[in-house]
Design a binder for this molecule. Sequence first.
Ligand code: SF4
Length: 389
Amino acid sequence: MPARRKTRQVSVGRVKIGGDAPVALQSMTSCYTYDVDKCVAEIRKLAAVGADLVRVAVPDQRDTEALREIIPASPVPIVADVHFHFERAMEAIAAGVHKIRLNPGNIQDRDKVRRVIAACKERGVPIRVGANEGGIVERRDKQQRAVEQAELDQDYAAGLIRIMLDKLDEYLRIFEAEDFRDVVISAKSPDARIVIDAYTAISRRYDYPLHLGVTHAGPPETGRIRSIAALGTLLSNGVGDTIRISYAADPVYEVEDGKELLCALGLRPRTEPELIACPTCGRVEVDLFKLVAEVRQKLAAEIKLPIKVAVMGCVVNGPGECEGADVAIFAGQGRGIIYVQGEQKQTVTEDRMLDALLAECRELESRVRHGKAKLHNARMSITAPDAAS
Ligand code: SF4
């Protein structure tokens, strides 16, 4: 993969975004922020599955008041999502929030925007500026709106990206005039192709860190592919400093998928088991899907090291396809042959496969913890066992 694009760096509490910092994973609560207990519980749940930052919406004063209790109770820095109200931004900053999301275009009075910038500057609070598809086209100035609409009619994607860049230029001039550079930029769209092209263009024009996201992607079933397609492409091109996958579902799924994406691209070290499994074919002789689902669930609950576990449906192609696995099982003809780091350990009947595999994982975990084994021994390889024996 190309090297990460070098950007400025901002500090969101103890989490750094941009520069040489790892890509930060964030999510957003789905409850009312003023419901402090619920909000804190949701933030803790998101942090526990891997969120580095959590954003909360603050549409009302009772939400910014709640921040005073939420921030000290949160294990991760908190971002306040401010939309139209300058007062909410000032209250959130006074409450000690670590970052705010603000679109200067939503606050008509430029003097108010300058006051928010001054307050952020004084407290070292960065601002995320969004040029997202949903709110980018001019709403108030009819003449300007007509010009932008004509651009979109001619070529929607190219026109939209041009408008995004123009608006960002305009917003960033306001920040730079105040010598404020703790800015993170986003330019989200529901269309993966627009997201890729917009962020690529922005990354070439500015050195501010980028917050990647596909907006309004729908539930995980429909949003997962477009989110991973867009964010995976950008990240693998070295673009992106923090990500949020957004789903119309429990935000825990956003964090789980974001974490898997970062691990898959080598941008975040794995801390949990990695499961590889064959898709099955006409050679399979056991209920492999059931076994895979059970192994996945048990590994997640019991093993706390990034052991690579392979569950394969036969011994024909299995060994070659799971090269590098720490623990592997080849199932077939009502039994399973288990390997640990290249060594054949045991052959068990089908009803014993799950327990025996987990026992080998636990034993390996214990040996690694006591310094008697190392994970991902690159020299390890598995020779196909004799299918007839
Ligand atoms: S490991 Fe065996 S059963 Fe699984 S897909 Fe490959 S050939 Fe088919």
